[in-house]
Design a protein around this ligand. Structure first.
Ligand code: DOR
Ligand code: ZN
Length: 335
């Protein structure tokens, strides 16, 4: 069996900076045509100069690969219309983190509602800049995403012309919310289609599967899988591939993030094929995102085949998901 994907897109990606950027950027750039690059560096990317400089560093790191980094700003509630009008020339979206909710989000927003974020959200809406949200409350870890759904809904209602993307959804409740508001969309990761909390903590603790939001219940995974396999028009693939050095994962106080960039496309192909839904993979990994973001990526054809391949145990300092294991599919050519 084989499939050719046209311009696969990763609509949520962490490329980091410095040494880590050099390791991971070429891996995504090899098999994806473009990716939405997260701004949670230290310090976060909050100025137009910082966006431009980061984009330059990414382009240098990817070398010869044909790949477009779609840049984002880290949301601040003091971005005004004039600033965003200028910023729009450099960015594709803005990412909002609740303060302290995950890796490098200390500079995020506390108190997310239409009234306190009005100036910036009005401007984004007028300028047609999508708002990407890490949607978790600071409640009990398994309930954080569900508790955030009313916040998404309040924003969606009060800013009906703003494109709001619920990033890396992990629950049935989020899938259901998608259908209630025309301006709500979502990204889904690879790992949340595959694992539940049992895989993280049901046996020996598995630090390489620990991430935020944490993997949930079987019924949640089923709801995500249904949405992805039918290529629900409001969902897109976003890996949330989030590399951390091995020592930061295999340690007391394990960093959150699963590194999936190099295995994402073969494992997605294997998953869709195993459900006889390979014909929907193109929409999930590219076409839906092109429509939602209203853009046309550069052409890149990625051929995948059901030939087994071995996942490296480590990429320099980063351990990937399925390290050292055999997966059923491989990338056989990229052009
Ligand atoms: O697990 C995660 N890791 N979730 C996030 O939201 C951030 C990410 C990271 O940057 O490491
Ligand atoms: Zn992320």
């Amino acid at each position: 069996m084989q499939i050719t994907l046209n311009s696969p897109l990763d609509m949520h990606l962490h490329l980091r900076d410095e040494a880590m950027l050099q390791i991971v950027a070429p891996l995504s750039a090899h098999s994806f045509a473009a990716a939405i690059v997260m701004p949670n560096l230290v310090p976060p990317v909050t100025s137009i100069e910082a966006v431009k400089a980061y984009k330059e560093r990414i382009i240098t790191a990817i070398g010869e690969e044909h790949f477009t980094p779609l840049m984002t700003l880290f949301f601040q509630d003091n971005y005004d219309y004039d600033f965003l009008k200028e910023a729009k020339k450099q960015i594709t979206a803005i990412k909002l983190y609740p303060a302290g909710i995950t890796t490098n989000s200390e500079g995020g927003v506390s108190g997310i509602d239409s009234e306190s974020l009005k100036m910036t959200l009005d401007a984004m809406s007028r300028l047609d800049i999508p708002l990407l949200i890490h949607g978790e409350s600071n409640g009990f870890v398994m309930d954080r995403e569900k508790e955030f759904v009313p916040v998404y809904e309040e924003l969606a209602q009060n800013f009906p012309d703003l494109t709001i993307i619920m990033e890396h959804i992990t629950t049935k409740a989020s899938v259901e919310a998608l259908n209630r508001h025309k301006n709500l969309y979502a990204t889904i990761t690879l790992h949340h289609l595959l694992i539940t909390l049992d895989d993280v903590a049901g046996g020996m603790l598995e630090p390489h599967l620990f991430c935020k939001p944490i993997a949930k219940r079987p019924e949640d995974r089923e709801a995500l899988l249904d949405a992805a396999l039918q290529a629900h028009p409001k969902v897109m693939f976003g890996s949330d591939s989030a590399p951390h050095p091995q020592h930061a994962k295999e340690s007391c106080g394990c960093a959150a993030g699963v590194f999936t960039a190099p295995i994402a496309l073969p494992v997605l192909a294997e998953l869709f094929a195993s459900h006889n839904k390979l014909e929907n993979l193109q929409a999930f990994v590219s076409d839906n995102a092109q429509k939602i973001y209203n853009f046309t990526p550069e052409k890149k054809n990625v051929v995948l085949e059901d030939k087994p391949s071995l996942v490296p145990a480590i990429y320099d300092t980063v351990v990937p998901m399925y390290a050292g294991k055999e997966i059923g599919w491989s990338i056989t050519s990229v052009s």
